[in-house]
Structure formats: C-alpha cells, structure tokens
Write a protein that binds this ligand. Structure first.
Ligand code: FE2
Ligand code: FE2
Length: 266
C-alpha cells in the first residue's frame, strides 16, 4: 500500500505521528484489509434510496483503486427483483410490509371506506417508505398514477398538504404528533397552504382527507396486519403492467427502475 493512501486512511501525517508503534502496525493492517475488501467488492454509489432499504453503505469509500470498476446492475445487498415485478413483489423486496401503511389501510377498512380509498391508504406513504422523503405525496402520486384510478393518485398527492390543515368538522384536528415532530411554531411552506386550499374545494377533497384521518401515527404493537389481507383489494384496484413495473414505458417507469437498481450510477 502506498504511503499517501495509508495517510488518508489514518487521517493525515499528524494522526500517524501521534500513534505508537503498535497502533501504527494495527492501522496498517486495517488499511490493507480495507484495500483488499474494496478491490473485491467494487465501488457502490451512495444512494439515499438504498439507505431507506436499511442497506449499509460502507462499501462506498476511498478513491478508486486501479483495476476496480464502479458497481452497476443488481445490488447484491438487496433482494433480486424478477424481470416483471409486480406491486406485491415491490412490497416484498423494496417497500417492506410497513406497519404504518398496513395499519392505516386496516383502519380505513374498519371505517367502511370504499376499496379505492383503502388502496390509497395502503399506498399513501409509498414514497417516504421506499423512494424519497421530500414532497412524498407528490412523488407517491406520480409513482402510482399509471396503475390506479385517478382519484387514488389525486388523494395521495393532496394528503401531503391537507395533513397540515385541520378540519374539525370532518374529524381531523391538527395532528398531535406533528407538534412533537416539528414543534409548536412550525409553519409549512406557502405552497402547502396553496395546494391544501385547492384540494379543499375539489370534488375529491374527502378522499384525500380520509387518508389523513386514517393515517395511523401511533401503532398498536398488538395488532398484526398482513399484506395478504389486502391482496383482493389490490387485485381489483391496481393494474400491474404486463411488462412489469419499471419496464412498461409509463411516465413513472424510471422511478420504479430506480427502486430496482438504486445504485446504478448512470
Ligand atoms: Fe404522508
Ligand atoms: Fe402516513
């Protein structure tokens, strides 16, 4: 291992000078072991989406080593997706059987809501769970739009803004949890109020509002909800494309592909 690489590994010449002989020997051994690992594993881009799947990004480190390629294609740290993935496969291998989504959908079912609203509740935080945090209602809606009734994606898009706007008349006070998460004084950005106002006057207002009402913030650890409980609702209200999600050329196909291959660089 060359000296420059070793110095980078230990944190510079000053850090090296402060070590005794034993520590230097240990550090060299660790640095060489890492170099070997890096060469074996290849470099993996640091993907925030990958982090959402609970994957440790420690493979991504250090400068490129001669003869080493950047990792592409299937990420071996994640379950491999089939050539024609369905929504259920995404739940199994990327989204996970999220208690938040399952318990929200269960509550919607108990409240006797129509199937498409139960589906909207099951998918309402799909983005925050498996894709991206910011503007999760908009991204979530975009992901599912080609495969659901228009009202479902509309409701998912506008639950994001409506959740900050209480409507006591329909049983939706400002969420207690948001005071805990964001503080008493937190004021959302103006676009949230603008879009919330638009949604309030829309014919599908109550569909988006129902997502907020059935959004379960405090999970009951004693309630076990299974995705299988919703298989029939998914089958009747979700259209998996014949080519598989990610490969059908829809406006959101690239987003599903990003979930399949979250570390592809280019
Ligand atoms: Fe949400
Ligand atoms: Fe939610």
């Amino acid at each position: 291992m060359d000296r420059r690489k070793f110095l980078t590994f230990v944190g510079g010449a000053g850090a090296l000078a402060a070590m005794n002989a034993n520590e230097k020997a240990d550090a060299l051994e660790m640095a060489m072991a890492q170099e070997l690992d890096d060469a074996k594993l290849g470099r993996v881009s640091k993907s925030p989406i990958c982090r959402a799947y609970g994957v440790d990004n420690s493979w991504e480190r250090g400068p490129r080593i001669e003869g080493q390629y950047r990792h592409m294609g299937h990420d071996p740290r994640l379950p491999k997706m089939s050539d024609k993935p369905t929504l259920l496969e995404f739940f199994d291998k990327r989204i996970g059987h999220s208690s938040h989504l399952l318990q929200s959908a269960r509550l919607a079912k108990l409240n006797g809501l129509p199937e498409k609203i139960i589906l909207a509740c099951l998918l309402h935080d799909i983005s925050v769970t498996a894709y991206i945090n910011g503007d999760h209602g908009y991204y979530g809606a975009q992901l599912v739009e080609p495969y659901v009734d228009e009202e479902v994606s509309w409701a998912i898009r506008y639950h994001q803004s409506l959740r900050f706007i209480p409507d006591e008349d329909v049983g939706y006070p400002y969420p207690e949890a948001y005071i805990r998460y964001f503080g008493e004084d937190y004021k959302p950005e103006p676009y949230i109020f603008k879009d919330g106002e638009y949604a309030r006057n829309h014919k599908w207002y109550m569909s988006a509002r129902q997502i907020c009402i059935n959004d379960v913030y405090s999970f009951d650890p004693n309630v076990q909800v299974k995705l299988e409980d919703f298989h029939d609702i998914i089958a009747r209200n979700w259209r998996d494309p014949e080519e598989g999600l990610g490969y059908d050329g829809s406006p959101s196909a690239h987003m599903w592909r990003t979930m399949i291959f979250p570390n592809n660089s280019l």
